[in-house]
Design a protein around this ligand. Structure first.
Ligand SMILES: [Zn+2]
Ligand SMILES: [Zn+2]
Length: 326
């Protein structure tokens, strides 16, 4: 089985569900355009929906940071944002629901958007389950315990049903779990934050969120350069448009053109942009995606003009629920 990456939460900073008014508006516009579509097409509702752009139907998603990586032997979770709740419900259908599950959660850092799903992760309340937490940061246990403490949450850590274990990762040193090798590399964020390079059967997945990418050149990246090298799939922080990123210095987030520059230089094969700004509507994310396409096309044109080798990278703005085979 190929390595599988499932996106349970792609929003940055704060969950951002559609408001009922936005939903009504989108539904009205979709129904109106279906009436127009029907006049000149014989297709039904499914065909009509298939040709609509994402931002005019389901959108990009509102849950925060939570990514699952599956191999034939390993099942790991990166970050416990609000997307973790639904993933927990899914795990209950397997051994976790019987109190015989084992779960491995790796933290990039402890900002709220990467933690808030944890108190709603049902497998942690079930006796017999084992939950393992990992981070490079030394205050891992303190941060997890803090999520289960009054008056912020009614169930104290001591009353959790599952057995909980904490593991400290060494910076830039590989950690092997069954058929998967995980190595943490430092990102550029206001509080220490670590990206993960995950290898399985010769394929490489790289998780680069949250990062402002203030270090870009190979020399600046130094010991953290392997995070971007020979990668098959990279998940990259593109919270802002390029203009916003230039105005929000030290906010800790990046934009798609910066990811593309890195990907093209380091020969990354595929890049998915996530951690979308909670203030950005689906239409705005689609506009940023359009600007990114203009940027990417201009790079390709320049390469052709200068007779330089044209390297292609497959890229898109990620949506919640995507399942990618690496
Ligand atoms: Zn974040
Ligand atoms: Zn953060």
């Amino acid at each position: 089985m190929a390595m599988k990456v499932i996106l349970w939460g792609i929003r940055g900073s704060l969950p951002a569900p559609l408001t009922p008014q936005q939903m009504d508006e989108r539904l009205s516009r979709t129904l109106e355009s279906f009436l127009v579509y029907q006049k000149s097409n014989s297709g039904g509702i499914r065909e009509f929906m298939a040709q609509l752009p994402h931002h005019q139907k389901g959108g990009f998603g509102g849950h925060t940071a939570c990514i699952q990586v599956l191999t034939s032997q390993a099942n790991v979770i990166i970050d416990a944002g609000s997307g973790l709740r639904r993933l927990g419900d899914q795990l209950l259908l397997g051994p976790c629901g019987l109190g015989r599950g084992e779960v491995h959660i790796f933290f990039t850092h402890f900002h709220w958007d990467h933690l808030i799903g944890l108190p709603f992760f049902t497998p942690i309340f079930i006796r017999g389950n084992k939950i393992h937490f990992y981070s490079v940061q030394e205050d891992l246990e303190e941060n997890v315990r803090g999520m289960f403490s009054k008056p912020r949450f009614p169930v104290p850590f001591e009353q959790l049903g599952a057995e909980v274990h904490f593991h400290r990762l060494k910076p830039r040193e590989s950690f092997v779990m069954t058929d998967l090798k995980l190595s943490p590399y430092q990102l550029d964020h206001p509080d220490p934050c670590w990206g993960f390079r995950i290898e399985n059967g010769g394929r490489i997945f790289s998780h680069c969120v949250d990062s402002e990418c203030t270090r870009m050149s190979a020399a600046e990246l130094g010991p953290d350069l392997p995070l971007y090298q020979n990668v098959d799939l990279m998940i990259f922080d593109a919270q802002y448009s390029f203009l916003e990123a230039t105005e929000r210095i030290n906010w800790g987030h990046s934009s798609a053109p910066i990811g593309l520059d890195l990907a093209l230089r380091e020969r990354v094969k595929r890049i998915l942009f996530i951690h979308h700004d909670p203030a950005a509507t689906d239409a705005k994310i689609a506009r940023i995606e359009e600007q990114t396409k203009e940027y990417y096309d201009s790079i390709q044109r320049a390469a052709r003009k200068g007779h330089e080798p044209e390297f292609q990278v497959q890229w898109e703005f990620a949506r919640e629920g995507m399942v990618i085979e690496v």
